[in-house]
Design a protein around this ligand. Structure first.
Ligand SMILES: Cc1cc2nc3c(=O)[nH]c(=O)nc-3n(C[C@H](O)[C@H](O)[C@H](O)COP(=O)(O)OP(=O)(O)OC[C@H]3O[C@@H](n4cnc5c(N)ncnc54)[C@H](O)[C@@H]3O)c2cc1C
Length: 469
């Protein structure tokens, strides 16, 4: 048999890191293969993460609007009936279409898709074990590890995906819980909590810290918590879960105040464990190339290079925010470096979004970070109550906050909470990528009437000339 030419790059993992790396490698004329063991491409994001959660957030938001006072106030009188199996079916169909789309993109860019579990056998060799157990060896000049992450387990609370679920289980519950206990007030817990709350569940969130959504600007987080509380969320902050007992029809959780005090028992139909995610590198054969993950399980890299020559790593399994668009940034930069180009990621410009209602979106530094760094900054703030489009649509919760350097006026951080702000944060990402001053936004014409006018009015506020509030 004729010997195969080795690959330029073999990527292990077909999530947003891996598949975008494969596409970019194909575009740059590299011979590339993407190995994934899930059976479908798209990784966590498409299969059990970003996309199915957004499908349920969209559907449940419409349901809540129709079932609550919102539609009636608009003069639309309906009595919606929930068809949960159909809601799940449309989610699954959209996910299937998206994963097929990724397969098409790989083909279009001449990237081979190899189904199976990849293991680094030695430098330049990846062994792939297919579903039928057959092993093939791929020879390659470069290996890119893009194996992603998995939910972090909580000692004493065993996920059975029946009564005690992780995010994957919470995306496919067979019924609307009467009561749901969520461990962890991070983005994933609050998004999935929103889905089930809107469909009728009593939701209680138990959080170790004395605040929700760590990493979010504190003022924004407080506004966000108030809004969720208005929607019926209950919060137990500063509380730790020490044990769980799952029965046929529910779960008992033992909860203790972090600062000491009486333990108590909370009961719920279902428990969602959402305390974070950890890198996933099981069975990858890292030892064969002498790479040891750090104590959090992350692969240490320098510009995506691991300590082993020709072995690179990107996405959730390396340092940085565990986000799909960050994995995509890593992917492009890593492949461009492999191709001899200049690849670079500015992590300060990776935005974060919570897709609840109201949505929360931010980029750059929080006020707390600026204060801790002793930075001199000015803030401009504009509430959606003063934005005409938000007002006319009865979506007035939230604000835009722009933080800019007191001397140079360079934009340092932007924090949005309000209607569909996920679609608005990109403007500030672009502005900051071009090292814009807040005045650049303040003096740029924005269309009327749009919510985006709030972005401009807040920027005007940095110099104290907000006009519409
Ligand atoms: C519920 C939920 C909601 C989320 N929502 C968002 C959101 O709205 N926006 C956002 O940006 N991010 C979101 N995320 C995070 C996002 O999904 C991840 O940041 C992203 O998927 C990371 O991409 P990745 O390519 O690094 O890894 P992954 O997407 O985890 O992909 C890794 C792939 O590698 C495969 N693999 C692992 N080991 C091997 C092996 N040895 N051989 C072959 N294949 C292997 C896995 O099967 C997997 O398919 C969400 C996550 C969850 C759980």
């Amino acid at each position: 048999m004729a010997e195969q030419t080795p690959y330029d790059v073999v990527i292990i993992g077909g999530g947003p890191g891996g598949y975008n790396a494969a596409i970019r490698a194909g575009q740059l004329g590299l011979k590339v293969a993407c190995v994934d063991k899930r059976g479908v491409l798209g990784g966590t994001c498409l299969n059990v993460g970003c996309m199915p959660s957004k499908a349920l957030l969209h559907a449940s938001e419409l349901y809540a609007s129709a079932a609550g006072p919102e539609f009636a106030h608009l003069g639309i009188e309906v009595a919606p009936k929930l068809n949960l199996p159909q809601m799940m079916k449309q989610k699954d169909e959209s996910v299937a279409a998206l994963t097929k789309g990724v397969e098409f993109l790989l083909k279009k860019n001449k990237a081979d898709y190899v189904k199976g579990a990849g293991r680094i056998a030695e430098p330049g060799k990846v062994e792939v074990t297919g579903e039928n157990g057959a092993v093939t060896t791929l020879e390659t000049k470069n290996i890119v590890i893009a194996t992603g992450s998995e939910p972090t387990p909580l000692p004493g609370v065993t996920v059975d995906q029946k009564r005690i679920v992780d995010s994957t289980g919470a995306l496919s519950l067979p019924e609307v819980p009467k009561s749901m206990l969520i461990i962890g007030a991070g983005i994933i817990g609050l998004e999935l909590g929103s889905v089930w709350r809107r469909l009728g569940a009593e939701v209680t969130v138990i959080e170790f810290l004395d605040r929700i959504t760590p990493g979010m600007d504190e003022e924004t987080a407080k506004t966000f918590q108030r809004s969720l509380t208005k929607q019926g969320f209950k919060f137990r902050l500063g509380s730790k879960v020490t044990g769980a007992k799952a029965g046929k029809s529910g779960v008992e959780l033992t909860v203790e105040p972090v600062k000491g005090g009486e333990a108590e028992t909370l009961t719920g139909d279902y428990v969602l464990v959402a305390i974070g995610r950890r890198p996933y590198t099981e069975g990858l054969g890292l030892e064969s190339v002498g790479v040891t993950p750090d104590k959090r399980g992350m692969i240490e890299t320098d510009h995506f290079k691991t300590s082993a020559p020709g072995v690179w790593a990107i996405g959730d399994c390396i340092e940085g925010p565990m986000l799909a668009h960050k994995a995509e940034e890593d992917a492009v930069a890593c492949i461009e470096l492999i191709a001899g180009k200049a690849g670079h990621v500015v992590y300060n410009l990776v935005p974060s979004v919570v897709y609840t209602a109201p949505e929360v979106a931010w980029v750059g530094k929080t006020e707390e970070e600026l204060k801790a760094a002793g930075a001199q900054y000015k803030a401009g703030k504009f509430p959606f109550t003063a934005n005409s489009r938000a007002r006319i649509n009865h979506e007035t919760e939230g604000f835009v906050k722009v933080l800019a350097d007191a001397k140079t006026d360079a934009i340092l951080g932007v924090h949005l909470i309000g209607p569909q702000v996920s679609e608005m944060i990109g403007e500030y990402c672009v502005a900051m990528a071009f090292t814009a001053a807040s005045e650049d936004i303040a003096r740029t014409c924005h269309p009327h009437p749009t919510r985006s006018e709030a972005l401009r009015q807040a920027a005007m506020g940095v110099e104290g000339w907000t006009m519409q509030a």
